[in-house]
Design a protein around this ligand. Structure first.
Ligand code: MG
Length: 367
């Protein structure tokens, strides 16, 4: 089987809440997502999607996805999409870095492998380890009391896990954590994600001030070393996200005992192939994961569902259903949240059928 065409679509994903705000004053109102379609000589088509969280979150940006794809796509024509390790090695040899541009190619090839074998992607990733996956809801950063009210509203929709966007000034972040913790019920889980927004002394003040609260602290500071300092100052459970970019970073952090869980984002590490490798290492090391992506729509949500569903429940700390945050649906058969949970389709591949009428004309076509 050979790749015969790669088409790239751009789609705007506005937010139901109007704006998503995280640390240090960063926000996005309309997400710029890139959808990739890979066509083969066997009549099978695969889909992938990559959507950075704006340009100020990771070293990634939406136009960079498409520039990376324009660079890569001509070098992939004629390759067998089912030979995923061969394909990934080739991508790494012809373009250094830029995992977020490679991710949608890798995911689309997993979709094709699933369709070629008649198996859902979760089976190819190790098998259905759980019947459905537990979701968290990200609570956009606004005034502390309003965040607590939003959290209560999302609990009414069925969520039991909540990730507060903190990383602003210390006093208001302490208020955010305390007011939201007051909303928790038995079985609920609260994470305060600073998204690199604190300096070490700010992080020290926050973890000291909320030491009596049942809350996880996620990625307090920009660098690994700063996070490790904060980790050693607090007994609160600790999550690393932005600095866990590859196997090397994970191995170092495991050796240092630097966290109790990681956040594994599919496009951050370069696709499902690399995410699977990290996922399997984490399971072997006894480390739970939030399995998700930087952002996205229906195809990203489907790929999250397959990776999460093939992960044992005790290691799948949470995931998220990005397609419920936005106002645009482009693959109506993508997973939909039910009672704070979702499940991947049992159809071959990712089980999603993007609507070309919604996607519009491709912005890039390589044949
Ligand atoms: Mg995070």
């Amino acid at each position: 089987m050979k790749i015969t065409a790669i088409r790239v679509y751009q789609i705007d994903l506005p937010l139901k809440e109007g704006r998503y705000t995280w640390a240090s004053g960063n926000y996005v109102e309309v997400f710029d997502s890139t959808v990739v379609e890979i066509e083969t000589d066997a009549g099978l088509t695969g889909w992938g999607e990559s959507c950075p969280l704006g340009s100020a979150y990771l070293p990634a940006f939406a136009k960079g996805v498409r520039a990376g794809l324009a660079e890569l796509a001509p070098q992939l024509l004629g390759m067998d999409p089912r030979a995923l390790d061969v394909l990934n090695r080739h991508m790494d040899l012809v373009l250094r870095g830029h995992p977020y541009a490679k991710a949608p190619i890798d995911v689309a090839c997993w979709d094709i492998l699933g369709k070629a074998t008649g198996l859902p992607v979760y089976t190819l990733l190790g098998g259905k380890a759980q019947e459905e996956v537990t979701l968290y809801r990200a609570i956009s950063q606004i005034e502390p009391q309003a965040m607590a009210e939003n959290l209560a509203g999302y609990r009414d929709e069925g969520y039991t896990r909540f990730q507060l966007k903190v990383g602003a000034d210390v006093d208001s972040d302490i208020a955010r954590i305390r007011l939201c913790a007051d909303q928790m019920r038995p079985g609920d889980v609260l994470v305060a994600d600073a998204n690199t927004g604190w300096t070490m002394h700010e992080a020290a003040r926050v973890v000291q001030a909320v030491r009596d609260v049942d809350v996880y602290i996620e990625q307090p500071c920009p660098t690994y070393e700063e996070c490790l300092v904060t980790r050693r100052r607090t007994a609160l459970p600790f999550v690393l996200d932005e600095v866990i970019t590859d196997v090397g970073a994970l191995m170092r952090a495991l050796g240092d005992g630097a966290m109790d869980a990681i956040n594994l984002k599919i496009s951050k590490v370069g696709g499902l192939s690399k995410a699977r490798q990290i996922r399997d290492l984490c399971i072997t090391a006894g480390l739970p994961m939030t399995i998700e992506d930087t952002w996205g729509g229906d195809v990203v949500t489907a790929s999250i569902a397959h990776l999460a569903q093939s992960t044992p429940a005790e290691f799948q700390f949470s995931s998220t259903d990005f397609n419920s945050y936005g106002t645009v649906t482009f693959a109506p058969d993508a997973p939909q949240r039910e009672n704070g949970r979702m499940r991947a389709a049992d159809r071959p591949g990712l089980g999603v059928t993007p609507d070309r009428d919604v996607l519009g004309d491709p912005v890039l076509e390589v044949t």
